[in-house]
Design a protein around this ligand. Sequence first.
Ligand SMILES: NC(=O)N[C@@H](CC(=O)O)C(=O)O
Ligand SMILES: [Zn+2]
Ligand SMILES: [Zn+2]
Length: 349
Amino acid sequence: MNTLNTLYITRPDDFHLHLRDGAHMRAVLPYSARQFARAIIMPNLKPPIVTTELARAYRQRILSALPDHLKNDFEPLMTLYLTDNTTPDEIVRAKTSNIVHGVKLYPAGATTNSDAGVTDITRCYNTLEAMEKNNMPLLIHGEATDPAVDIFDKEKVFIDNVLTPLTQRFPDLRIVLEHITTKDAVAFVTATPGHIAATITAHHLRYNRNALFKGGIRPHHYCLPILKREQHRQSLLKAATSGNKKFFLGTDSAPHARSLKETACGCAGIFTAHAAIELYAEAFDQANALDKLEAFASFNGADFYQLPRNSSHITLKKENWQIPEQIKFAEETLVPIGAGEMLGWKICA
Ligand SMILES: NC(=O)N[C@@H](CC(=O)O)C(=O)O
Ligand SMILES: [Zn+2]
Ligand SMILES: [Zn+2]
């Protein structure tokens, strides 16, 4: 039952998650598994997950890393990393495996571990055709890679120059534009047919680009696509709380060791898994739209991926708690989003 102080919703899924590997994965996985039933696992490891066989092995490592009390509670939904050399045959293998749920396009150089990504989308046309035929979704990091394009315009330029033509060439290809950050992306997705959708992160719902420079430079608010102006945040919040089925939850929780963030050339990625559903709840609460959280977090993504909706539930309570200053990350530490700050919603164990 929902009251002013509790929220009882179908267990959510995270449709964009970086788990990393090895000891780093073991450190962060429990945070996701305690709230989410399933997650789309990003393939940008070093080296990347480029085949169904690699995905199968990675999936097994994730399942083995689940702590005993969460053993049967979390299902990793695997993805492949698209390269210039991914073959149409690999798409068929991925599809028949039933464990691969999407293929990820990283334009080469666009973001963390994207060096092996696609240098020119025209090289992938045969493979994209196989994806269109086999009902395999294309998941996109949608940013232009031309260094001459202003960092705040990269998403819009990608939509205009790459994505729009792509949707015209492959009209039935199912697409998720990941971690959207601009009103332009909201407008694009809203105007396209139902097989084109988008994930929205909690951090892009909560912060605008001022957070990057509040009192000094803030490496733990740096991610790609970079935080944008307030008008864009408002547009994302409106889309997420609109009830439109094309928008759903994807945290893009992307852990990096503190030492790799607090340095002269810090890497991109924000860790949000420690408080993901609570951060979304807070954003929806501030928008007076808590009644829209369940569809965004638990229904729309499952429906898009043609997966059954979860049957279990979670309860969130209105309760103040403090986000830890840091979290253990194997031999290192990481600084979670909102470190040291108070949150007003808490998931019940
Ligand atoms: N979002 C990020 O800033 N970083 C992600 C990669 C990505 O999702 O683009 C990462 O893997 O660290
Ligand atoms: Zn990305
Ligand atoms: Zn990501």
